[in-house]
Design a protein around this ligand. Structure first.
Ligand code: SF4
Length: 576
C-alpha cells in the first residue's frame, strides 16, 4: 500500500502521492491518527474547512489474513472535540488494500451547498457532482450508485444525518451483499463527511490484487496460527457464530451490569425477549441467517441477517450494543421494533449507540415513556424531517441532556456510554473514562477479563487491578486497530499466545520485518501517545478523563455498587 489519495474539496481535485517517510509502516488507526495529529489544527472547528477526514485500511488489508479488512476513519470529532478513529467491517477496507491505497485524505470544503461523490479506482480518483443523491438515505443512495457502478463495487456513504451535520451521524460501508449495514459509527464522523459536501465514495477495485508477501511460506504459517486460534477458542468458534454479539445480553444482565432505563438499574426484566438466544430462534424461524461474515476473510462470523415477519430482509444483526441501546436502555423489549430502529439508523446514517443513549435521556426528560417502542420509532423518524426534536436527538445524548435539563447524562467527553454499566464492571469504566475516544468499549474491552474470564480474571466489583487491565487492553487494541484486525480476534489471542504471534508474524512475512511482541505493544503505545497529545492541544485535560458524577454517587441494583476507581488512579492509566 504505497499510495495516499489527496482529495481537495476546495477545488474538487484529486492527487495521488507516494506515502511519505513519516507515515510509512502504519495503517488503520495508527495512520489516521498520525495524519490527523500532523495535519489538523487541534483547535479547529471540526465541521470547518481545516478539519480533514482520513480513511485508511489496516496493514493486513492487502492480504488474505483471517479477520483483517477493517476500514478506519479519523478526524477531529464534532462530538468529543478530540481526535477520533472509528472502524468498521464491510468490503471497502479490503478493496482499498487491494488497490494499494494506504489512505484517502479528504480536505478543504467546497463552495455552495452541493453534493459530490468521489470515484476511486486503482489508478486514481475523480470528484463528480452528486446532487441526485442529496437528501437520500443510505439504502437509496447505494441502490442508485449500484445501478451505475455495479454490484461488485464497494460504497461508503452518508445518510440524511451526515448531510445535516448531526453529531451522532455515522458513515455507512456496504457489506458483502452490497447493503449499507456496516458503520463507521462513533463520534460524528458522518457530520465531518457531510461538512465536506461528500455524499459517497465509490470504491472500484477492478484490477486490484493482494500484494505478494516478502516471505510467502512464512505468511501461510503465521496465518494458520491465527486461524487455528480462532477456530479453537470457544468464544470465536461457537459463541459468536451461533448467537452473535448479542450472546452477551443474558451474560451481562446476569452480572448486573446491563444498563436499564438510562443507567438506572443493572438488570432488565425483559432481557429474555431481546437476548441472543431469542434472536437466534427468530432469525432461523424467518429464514434469515446466523453465522454471517460482514467482510471478506471473516472466519468468526458474528453477523446475522434479520428478516421481518414476512421473511423479507429487514436489517443485519442487530448487534448486542444496538439491541441494548435501543432496547433495555429505553425499557423496550420488542426485538422487531429494535430491528426496525436499527434499519432506520443505518438508513439515516446514525450511530446506534449514541442514538439509543439520546432517546433514553429524552425518555428520562419526559419526551416519551420508557418502554414505548412505537414512540421510539416516531422519534427517529423526526431526524430526516429536520424538526427541532430530530436535530436535538441527532446531536446525541449530551445535546438532549442540555435541551431537556436532564442531570443524569451517561457521556464521557460528550460521547454516549455503551452497553456495560461501569459500577459493577469497573474495568470498562476505566476504559470509558480514559480512552482517547470518549466512552468507547472497543478501546479497551475489559469485559473480557472482568466478566468472560478471557485473558485472566479481574474481579469486576472491585477497583483493584482495573487500571493495569484497561491500560494493557488499550495499548493492544491500538495496535490491532492499526493492523486492520476485527477486535473479536482478541478473545482468541488473549488466551492462545500462538494466535497473537500469528498476527505479528504475518506482518513480518508480508513486509519483511522483524517485529517482536514488544514492538507491537510499543506501536500501540505510540498511537495512544499521538492521540493524547492531539487531545491535550485541543484543550482536553484530566478533568475530561472522568465518568459522570452519578456513577460515583448512585449505587446500582442489584449489587448496590458505585464506581470506586479514584481520580488519582485514573490519571495513572496513560503512564507508560
Ligand atoms: S467477527 Fe463479526 S464484526 Fe468481526 S469481521 Fe466477522 S462479522 Fe464482522
Amino acid at each position: 500500500m504505497e499510495k495516499i489519495v489527496r482529495v481537495n474539496m476546495d477545488d474538487l481535485t484529486v492527487k495521488v502521492e507516494l506515502v511519505p517517510e513519516k507515515y510509512r509502516g502504519l495503517g488503520g488507526r495508527g495512520l489516521t491518527s498520525t495524519i490527523v495529529a500532523a495535519e489538523v489544527p487541534p483547535t479547529c472547528d471540526p465541521l470547518g474547512k481545516d478539519n480533514k477526514l482520513v480513511f485508511a485500511p489496516g496493514l493486513l488489508n492487502n492480504t488474505p489474513a483471517p479477520n483483517a479488512g477493517r476500514l478506519s476513519v479519523g478526524c477531529k470529532s464534532p462530538l468529543t472535540g478530540g481526535i477520533k478513529e472509528a472502524n468498521s467491517g464491510g468490503v471497502a477496507g479490503n478493496k482499498l488494500g487491494r488497490m494499494g491505497i494506504a489512505a484517502v485524505v479528504v480536505e478543504g470544503m467546497p463552495k455552495g451547498n452541493k453534493s459530490y461523490k468521489l470515484i476511486l479506482t486503482k489508478d486514481g480518483g475523480t470528484i463528480e457532482p452528486a446532487d441526485d443523491l442529496k437528501g437520500l438515505g443510505n439504502y437509496d443512495t447505494v441502490a442508485k450508485l449500484t445501478a451505475k457502478y455495479g454490484q461488485k463495487t464497494g460504497y461508503v456513504s452518508i445518510g440524511q444525518a451526515g448531510e445535516m451535520l448531526l453529531k451522532a451521524a455515522s458513515i455507512a460501508v456496504t457489506d458483502r451483499e452490497n447493503r449499507p449495514t456496516r458503520h463507521l459509527g462513533r463520534g460524528g464522523v458522518g457530520a465531518v463527511m457531510g461538512s465536506k459536501g461528500l455524499k459517497a465514495i465509490v470504491v472500484d477495485d477492478t484490477g486490484g490484487q493482494y500484494s505478494k508477501p516478502v516471505d510467502p511460506e512464512g505468511f501461510k504459517k503465521a496465518s494458520k496460527k491465527l486461524l487455528d486460534a480462532l477456530k479453537t477458542h470457544p468464544v470465536t468458534s461457537q459463541g459468536l457464530p451461533t448467537y452473535g454479539t448479542n450472546v452477551l445480553a443474558n451474560i451481562i444482565n446476569e452480572a448486573g451490569g446491563y444498563p436499564t432505563r438510562n443507567f438506572s438499574e443493572g438488570r432488565f426484566e425483559g432481557v429474555e425477549k431481546i437476548s441472543g438466544e431469542r434472536q437466534h430462534d427468530v432469525i432461523l424461524e424467518r429464514g434469515g441467517k446466523i453465522a454471517h461474515g460482514c467482510m471478506p476473510g471473516c472466519v468468526i462470523q458474528c453477523s446475522r441477517i434479520y428478516n421481518d415477519k414476512d421473511g423479507k430482509f429487514l436489517t443485519k444483526g442487530p448487534e448486542y450494543e444496538t439491541i441494548w441501546a435501543n432496547g433495555a436502555n429505553c425499557g423496550i423489549d420488542d426485538l422487531d421494533s429494535i430491528a426496525q430502529i436499527d434499519r432506520l439508523c443505518d438508513d439515516y446514517g446514525l450511530d446506534t449507540i449514541e442514538w439509543g443513549d439520546a432517546v433514553a435521556v429524552a425518555m428520562e426528560g419526559g419526551v416519551k415513556k420508557f418502554g414505548d417502542a412505537k414512540g421510539a420509532i416516531e422519534l427517529i423518524k423526526e431526524v430526516p424531517k429536520g424538526t427541532e426534536l430530530g436535530i436535538i436527538l441527532g446531536n446525541g445524548a449530551a445535546s438532549v441532556g442540555r435541551a431537556y435539563n436532564v442531570s443524569r447524562v451517561p457521556v464521557v467527553k460528550g460521547q454516549g456510554l455503551p452497553a456495560y454499566d461501569p459500577r459493577p464492571i469497573m474495568g470498562i469504566g476505566v476504559t470509558y473514562a480514559t480512552s482517547t475516544m470518549g466512552a468507547d468499549h472497543t478501546a479497551g474491552y475489559a469485559i473480557a477479563p472482568n466478566i468472560l474470564k478471557v485473558g485472566g480474571f479481574v474481579d469486576p466489583l472491585k477497583p483493584e487491578g482495573q487500571i493495569d487491565t484497561s491500560r494493557n487492553l488499550q495499548i493492544a487494541t491500538a495496535a490491532l486497530d492499526t493492523a486492520g484486525m476485527c477486535i473479536f480476534v482478541a478473545f482468541a489471542i488473549l488466551d492462545i499466545p500462538a494466535g497473537f504471534e500469528g498476527i505479528y508474524e504475518m506482518l513480518n512475512a508480508q513486509y519483511g520485518l522483524k517485529l517482536t511482541a514488544d514492538d507491537v505493544l510499543a506501536l500501540g503505545k505510540s498511537v495512544l501517545r499521538t492521540e493524547r497529545e492531539f487531545n491535550k492541544k485541543a484543550g482536553l485535560t484530566s478533568a475530561d478523563d472522568r465518568l459522570p458524577k452519578f456513577f460515583m454517587t448512585e449505587p446500582l441494583s442489584p449489587h448496590g455498587k458505585v464506581f470506586e476507581v479514584t481520580d488519582d488512579e485514573l490519571d495513572q492509566v496513560h503512564n507508560y
